[in-house]
Write a protein that binds this ligand. Structure first.
Ligand code: ADP
Length: 475
């Protein structure tokens, strides 16, 4: 089976969020299961390993009425062949997204992915699409390319990583950029709220739709979480699967992580985690104290991540015997609010307003608890990383948080973390208080740590589920 993964980002080349981690891991895991994996992504200016990739070919493609250059480079990592689409006009800029012509940049990419198939003679059995940037490939394929030579009988799988980002564009772009007839807009298959909605198009045209956790797959069928796409999802619900993302256990590993002060494993965690804790306290300017409960938060500062609950209860949290280290960047409203409160608790709170990969690893390694009270969370990697590092997550029971953190049950002595159901600040605070109470019982806490570190959240089982979906499409 040959699967072509089309994506706007993938590790180890370029990353802005969890999507890149998935595309760095899933194709690699698929190779282990005997699938030929090809990943196609844009060749960005800020890409890592750019000096390693090799030129393959170039050709011209049409984007709307314009003929545009398309260069192709390649590189193989862990058995996965990556192709990079090169066009300096579109990708020779800092960062990945956020430009006025993003719809054109990714319409170009969508055509490039489809054209690549015949130019390199690499017809796949499955094209696996991810989020709005590649969503229109589903429509282009079903409305046009499937009738061309070299393109028959390819199946399309679309994965929703976050339904909040749908690619809502001016309807006229359907013909101007994608060269498709306007009636395809008016018949409703890609229309939503007066816009061309690229994610809706992919939900309608793909053979199978997946999302990144079983709970999120159910949640997006409701008006509360569906962001306006719940009706089309309801229509496709028998072809909708929730498959929990994994984490790459080769990379996310306290035993080998070069970013942390002292490596540890499940046997040495009780002695060596505290070394990381004291070093972290020193690094972020908190009093060095091995007994105080150290709570970590690593997050984009956005509404999605439950910042309103955290800010609401911040002073209350500080009244407990805790220290809190926050690493985050994002919305200025949240940055300002956190700054205001942190200012009054210099001995308890360390606020690190930046993106810092190394520090994030040291927080996962050095903290006792990890707070993630998301409003919604399609899957979430941070809680899985903290489990792997023996740092106990406190989460809201939504999306992938619900599917990856098993709540502590003191009577059965089971569970890997603490959770609460409603998006309610007091409920969150009650759960934190409960976690602090259990933390004081070091025997119980250590057992939770062991279970957390033993939780198997790697890609193996998730890749098996994708394989099952792909196989079902191939009959
Ligand atoms: P999302 O993709 O919605 O932001 P995830 O939990 O799926 O959330 O993934 C977030 C990833 O980004 C995690 O690996 C987390 O450690 C990392 N991260 C988030 N904010 C920062 C930051 N300020 N500095 C370093 N890493 C960060």
């Amino acid at each position: 089976m040959r699967v072509l993964f089309a994506t706007s980002e993938a590790t180890p080349f370029i990353k802005s969020g969890g999507l890149a981690d998935v595309l760095g891991s899933l194709p690699k895991e698929m190779v282990k299961k005997g699938v030929e994996s090809i990943v196609v992504l844009p060749k960005y200016q800020d890409m890592k390993l750019a000096d390693k990739i090799e030129f393959v070919t170039n050709f011209d493609i049409w984007v709307g009425w314009r003929k545009v250059y398309c260069g192709v480079f390649t590189y193989v990592v862990d058995g996965v062949r990556f192709y990079f689409i090169d066009n300096e006009q579109y990708y020779r800029r800092p960062g990945l997204y956020g430009y006025d012509d993003d719809y054109e940049r990714f319409a170009y990419f969508d055509f490039a992915v489809l054209e690549l198939i015949s130019h390199l003679d690499i017809k796949p059995d499955i094209i696996h699409l991810h989020d709005w940037q590649t969503a229109m490939i589903a429509m282009l394929y079903k409305e046009r390319y499937c009738y061309y030579e070299h393109y028959d009988n390819i199946k399309i799988v679309f994965t929703i990583h976050n339904i909040a980002f749908q690619g809502k564009a001016d309807p006229k772009l359907l013909s101007e950029l994608f060269g498709l007839d306007n009636y395809l807009y008016y018949n409703g298959n890609c229309r939503n709220d007066g816009c061309l909605n690229m994610m809706k198009a992919a939900i309608f045209y793909s053979d199978i739709v997946t999302t990144v956790s079983p709970t999120y797959a159910k949640e997006i069928l409701t008006s509360e979480y569906g962001e306006g796409l719940q009706s089309i999802l309801e229509m496709r619900k028998y072809d909708l699967y929730g498959i929990l993302n994994g984490v790459d256990y080769d990379v996310i590993n306290p035993e080998t992580d070069p970013q942390i002060v002292k490596n540890y494993n499940i046997e040495t965690v009780f002695d060596d985690k505290v070394v990381n804790k004291l070093a972290l306290q020193k690094e972020v300017g908190l009093p060095e104290n091995k007994d105080v409960a150290l709570i970590g938060i690593v997050t984009r500062l956005t509404k999605q991540k439950g910042l309103d609950l955290i800010i609401n209860q911040f002073s209350e949290m500080c009244s407990r015997d805790v220290q809190i280290v926050i690493l985050g960047a994002g919305d200025h409203v949240y940055e300002d609010a956190l700054k205001g409160i942190a200012y009054h608790h210099p001995d308890k709170v360390s606020l690190q307003l930046k993106y810092d990969f190394g520090l994030s690893c040291r927080i996962y390694a050095g903290c006792d608890m990890f707070l993630m009270p998301s409003l919604f969370e399609p899957c979430g990697l941070s809680q899985m990383m903290s489990l792997r590092y023996g740092t106990i997550p406190i989460v809201r029971e939504t999306g992938g948080l619900k599917d990856s953190v098993q709540p502590y049950n003191e009577y059965a002595n089971t569970g890997t973390g603490f959770s609460f159901a409603n998006y309610n600040a007091h409920e969150m605070m009650k759960t934190i208080d409960y976690a602090l109470k259990v933390y004081d019982d070091s025997k119980a806490w250590r057992q939770i740590m062991i279970r957390a570190m033993n939780a198997k959240l790697d890609w193996d089982a998730s890749a098996d589920q994708y394989l099952k979906v792909f196989n079902s499409l191939m009959g």
